[in-house]
Every structure is written in C-alpha cells, then in structure tokens.
Design a binder for this molecule. Sequence first.
Ligand SMILES: Cc1cc2nc3c(=O)[nH]c(=O)nc-3n(C[C@H](O)[C@H](O)[C@H](O)COP(=O)(O)OP(=O)(O)OC[C@H]3O[C@@H](n4cnc5c(N)ncnc54)[C@H](O)[C@@H]3O)c2cc1C
Length: 389
Amino acid sequence: MKKYNVIIAGAGLAGLSLAKELAGSGLSVLVIDRKKSAGEVRYYSSGTFMNVDESGIPGEFLHAIDKAVFCSKNISCTKNISGCYVIDRVKLYNWMESAALKDENIKIRYGCEVKSAGYRHGRITGISYLDHGRQVEAIADIYVDCTGTAAVLGRKAGLTPKKSVMALGVEHLVPLKDDLRTVFLYTGGNLGGGYGWVFPNSRQQAITGVGLIKPKLFHKINEIFAEMWNKRNISGICKHRSIAKNFAALRTGRPLGRFVKGNIMILGDSAHQASPLLGEGIRFILDASTEAAASIKQAFLSGDLKRIHTYGRAWRKKHYKNFKFLYFIQKIMKVVSMNDFIMDKGVRVLRCCNERQYRRVLSGDIDFGFLLFIAVDAWYQIKILKNRI
Ligand SMILES: Cc1cc2nc3c(=O)[nH]c(=O)nc-3n(C[C@H](O)[C@H](O)[C@H](O)COP(=O)(O)OP(=O)(O)OC[C@H]3O[C@@H](n4cnc5c(N)ncnc54)[C@H](O)[C@@H]3O)c2cc1C
C-alpha cells in the first residue's frame, strides 16, 4: 500500500489548481481522476470576472469581453463591461497540470476511480480506487475531495450535504458569424425560470447554454434550450448548427461554513464554492485552492496537521456573506424568474445603472443596500426625470 502526504480525489478545476499550488512544497501528492486526461472537460462554459493579473493565467487562454447584453422576454440592456473573460477551459486545465507535474513529487493518475474510503472517528483511514480495472489501496495524511458533484469523500465525512441543490446545464458549441466580444444573458418564463447564455470564444465559436435549478424541469432541458433560438439577437450572431453538446450538473445551494473535518478537506463544487446565483465557480475555486494549499503547507511545516483547519477562514471572510445573500436571491429567483412582467421591470432597472453598477450586478458582487439603491435610483430616473428607459 502506497503512502502519500496528500491524496487529491478529482482532477477537475479544483484538483488541478490545488496540485499546481502544492508544486514545489516537497510534499508527496497523488491526484486521481476517472477521466482519461486533464483536458477532457465535461463542458466548455467559462465566463468569469476574475482578476486575471492576480491569477497568473496566461493571456492567450483568455477571450476578453467588452460588452454584455442582458435580455428578459421583451426588453434588453446593453452596456460596456470591463474585467470579464471567457477562459479556454481545456488550455487552462492542461496548463495547471503541466505546472503541477514540474514537481516530481506530484503524481497525477487518470482512469482511476475512487470506489470506497475507510472512515473511522471522523477521519479517512485509506481509499480504494480502480486503476484501469485494477484495485489499488492508498493512504495519506490528508485527503482532499475535489470530485465535484460526486463529493465522494465529503459526503462520507458529512461535510457535503447529501441533498444539495443541484443545477443542470446543457450547452451547445456553435459557429459564430463574426468575431465577437459580447456576452448575451437571457431570462424569461420560457427558459423554465433558469437562464441562458452565449459566450463567444477565441476560436470564432460561441458556447450557448441553459442552466436550470428546478429539478422537476430537468427532463425538459432540451426543449427549454430550443427556446434559446427564438431569443433576440441569437440567430444574428451564431449559426444554428451544434458542433458539440454537453450536459453537466453543479452542486449549489446553501453556502457551507465548514470545509475541513479530521484529515479531510473539501474544495470546489463538493464545497458549494460556485456562486449560488450565477454558477460562476472558476474565480472562487481558484481562490479556495490557494487558501487550501497555504494551510496544507503550513500544517506540514509546523508538524501540526490540525492547522489545515485554517483553510476556509480567509475564503469565508471574503465570500461567505456574499454567497449567503446570493443564495437568498436564488430562492427568490426560483419563484419570480418565471414571471416575464417582473423580469422586464428588472431589466429596466439595469438600463438605469451605470457601467460599474451593471458589472456589479452581473458579477454577483451585490448586497441588499446596493440593490435597494439601484432600484430607487431607477424609479427616480423613470418617474421623476421621466427618462424613457
Ligand atoms: C453547465 C455549467 C456551466 C458553468 N459555467 C461556468 C462559467 O461560465 N463560469 C464559471 O466560472 N463557472 C461555471 N460553472 C461552474 C464551474 O465550472 C464549476 O464550479 C467548476 O468547474 C467545478 O470544479 P470542480 O473541480 O469542483 O468539479 P469538476 O470540474 O466537476 O471536477 C470533478 C472531477 O472529479 C472527478 N471525479 C468525480 N468522481 C470521481 C471518483 N469517484 N473518482 C475519481 N474521480 C472522480 C471527475 O471526473 C472530475 O474530473 C459552470 C458549471 C456548469 C455545470
């Protein structure tokens, strides 16, 4: 049986970014994933408002966006936007993998599926995984669950709720008619209370998709996606021909306050670290992996493995309050987003926003006071100044 300092289950965004952050630490790390390679992504959608200078992600993986169009059924709002990108997921994952593999103490094994884990007194005692059909046992000082919606270790330890809110997305990669730096976002009753998106990429293609959070509509997702072709602008910008089609789920819902128990850490979708309202996960998960790596290194350096508990403190400080508010809005949106009259009113408010406020709404960087302010300001502009917005 092989022993490691750290075993990371899952080599998606969370697992690979954590492995990259641990490179050079001198720790022996095993990363296992059931997929065949780093670049085998389940879907391509990857719009983000992350601070790319801080992230260090090479510019050639980023397609900069300069305009965002937000549409309800009858109204649309178009404004310039800054600091928004569509990332090439495949290139990002491959880049993170090669950065991790520069450290010979880090091993990444694909085609390996975690099948079971021993669990006693709040600690994982070892895992068993299938390596191309061969059963292998491994143990580690610390186990990190980066298996996304599966949350194989997080659920076992009771860190990831058994019943998270699940969101389901379908996306189609379609050819773009022109080179485009505009993202389109759609809401409306005929999108089943979910939302649609069109993200252009640098290969003259667009990722068009729909995300739903009402489980009773999941079986209708293809029909609901078909509604996207009736939406304004779409047929003008993309060709109605699917190059690739992907389905994917996301664990969302109530933000978690605890990411560590015993020798187990959860990171990424298994820790509900994607925005509860918008599903944007890349920015927050990269941030979480930096915090997680720092706590792991500190724990080994000090010889006190309990120090991994410091992971999450900084992340919670930065994002917990915002996620809690977005979760509250998510619950409201589940009810009101089917109502086109209310959604049209919402877009009218967006039209009254300046570019900075518009960016704040789209990136989810909002709180109650801010929403109240832009609503009152819009009312003032429309009723008092009689602007025809
Ligand atoms: C449809 C959709 C669109 C999205 N769009 C955006 C967007 O535009 N912008 C954005 O920022 N975020 C977006 N997100 C969210 C973001 O992509 C996710 O939050 C993020 O990718 C999650 O990363 P992760 O590593 O936690 O999980 P995953 O990427 O799901 O990785 C989990 C890995 O674990 C592996 N695994 C699972 N079970 C096992 C097992 N038993 N044994 C071994 N390996 C296992 C899987 O093969 C997978 O590679 C979107 C999500 C969805 C579903």
